[in-house]
Design a binder for this molecule. Structure first.
Ligand code: 5GP
Ligand code: MN
Length: 349
């Protein structure tokens, strides 16, 4: 089991803080994915069980729970920083213990970051990104080689409490992050511990196929129409450079009534062509552009994202650029070495 990798002293301290705290806030990143939602809720459920004093546990996401994760056990309790900013600021500043999951730096909590940095409560980070901001937390449990934060939460909970607070609701939450962060056990799963974690979770009567259907097979007709448009009109392929890129302006998104959540996973289509090694997706937001980068083998996209002020993992990384959309596009083209190349469009307009 992975638990031997933890620092025993840190595990004991976190267990004590969890048992003693009366107000606990759990927090994850903007545009939460399955790993953020799953680790947030799985840990919230266990911490509530583990509390000796009937503590209040408040799970917060900067812009709330995405539509395709609202079925997760406890999702109805997630408070959105965007729509309940005052409530979140008070909860964060009054919390005795703040646990951040699936983020490496307070900046990823967006509008909550100042409150988080100024909060007086104890701060713990559980994460698997590169280069966690050590100075922002009292204790860090972090390992970039591990599949997902959900996996780390499982092993950490076992190190702290054994299986005492595990049940099928917790298992559904944690399996969700394990499955989504590995693309359904396709990547970021080269350590045996990932499959050992899946084996532990499946014993709690969860149904992997049902979870998969709830996460992936949920497209609306409009979203599928948008994917048709995206692949036929917006995919630009540079076979000579082994790069493919998609970019969506606000106008594109308005035309199909789609937003960031609807594009979750779309960037992976860039890697489906055998010639392509690196894929990028750009999405304009008001005042900024989100960049997603993906790689198959040799390229470290975490390093590329860092050049845009972002970060992430070796094979999946991202950045949020404050430049206008066209300038961000130019910067990404330069980064990928395609600024002077003619793309192939799959189905020219
Ligand atoms: P995605 O492309 O799915 O939005 O994000 C992939 C990974 O890149 C995330 O797991 C996260 O680690 C990282 N990432 C995405 N956006 C940002 C960002 O704006 N800043 C940083 N530092 N990392 C990001
Ligand atoms: Mn993750």
């Amino acid at each position: 089991m992975y638990a031997e990798a933890f620092d025993n002293q840190n595990v004991a301290t976190f267990r004590r803080w969890s048992a003693e705290a009366r107000n606990i806030v759990l927090l994850s990143h903007m545009n939460a994915d399955g790993d953020a939602c799953g680790s947030l809720l799985g840990l919230a459920l266990m911490m509530e069980h583990a509390s000796e004093k009937g503590c209040r546990v408040t799970p917060i996401l900067p812009n709330g729970c995405p539509k395709n994760f609202t079925w997760l056990p406890g999702a109805e309790r997630i408070v959105s920083g965007e729509s309940q900013q005052d409530f979140c600021h008070t909860a964060i500043s009054e919390a005795g213990l703040i646990v951040c999951v699936d983020l490496s730096s307070a900046s990823r909590t967006d509008m909550l970051q100042d409150e988080l940095l100024q909060a007086k409560g104890k701060k713990v980070l559980i994460d698997h990104h590169h280069n966690p901001s050590a100075d922002q937390f009292d204790i860090i449990f972090s390992d970039p080689h591990i599949s997902s934060t959900c996996e780390l939460v499982l092993w950490l909970s076992q190190a702290m409490w054994g299986s005492r607070h595990m049940d099928s609701d917790v298992a559904r939450c944690l399996y969700t992050g394990l499955s989504t962060d590995t693309g359904g056990f396709a990547f970021s799963c080269d350590q045996p511990s990932c499959f050992e974690a899946a084996a532990v979770l499946v014993k709690y009567n969860i149904e992997p196929a049902e979870i998969h259907n709830r996460i992936i097979n949920t497209f609306s007709l409009d979203r599928m129409k948008f994917y048709g448009f995206a692949l036929s009109q917006r995919m630009r392929v540079y076979p000579g450079k082994r790069v493919a890129l998609m970019a969506f302006s606000l106008d594109d998104q308005r035309r199909f009534g789609v937003g960031g959540e609807d594009m979750e996973g779309l960037v992976n289509y860039t890697l489906m062509m055998k010639e392509i090694e690196v894929g990028a997706l750009l999405r304009e937001e008001p005042g900024r552009t989100k960049v997603s980068l993906r790689a198959k083998y040799g390229v470290d996209v975490n390093r590329l994202a860092a050049q845009l002020g972002g970060g992430g993992h070796t094979k999946a990384a991202g950045a949020t650029c404050l430049l206008p959309f066209d300038e961000t596009l130019k910067a990404v083209e330069k980064l990928l070495g395609i600024e002077n190349e003619e793309p192939i469009n799959l189905l020219p307009a």
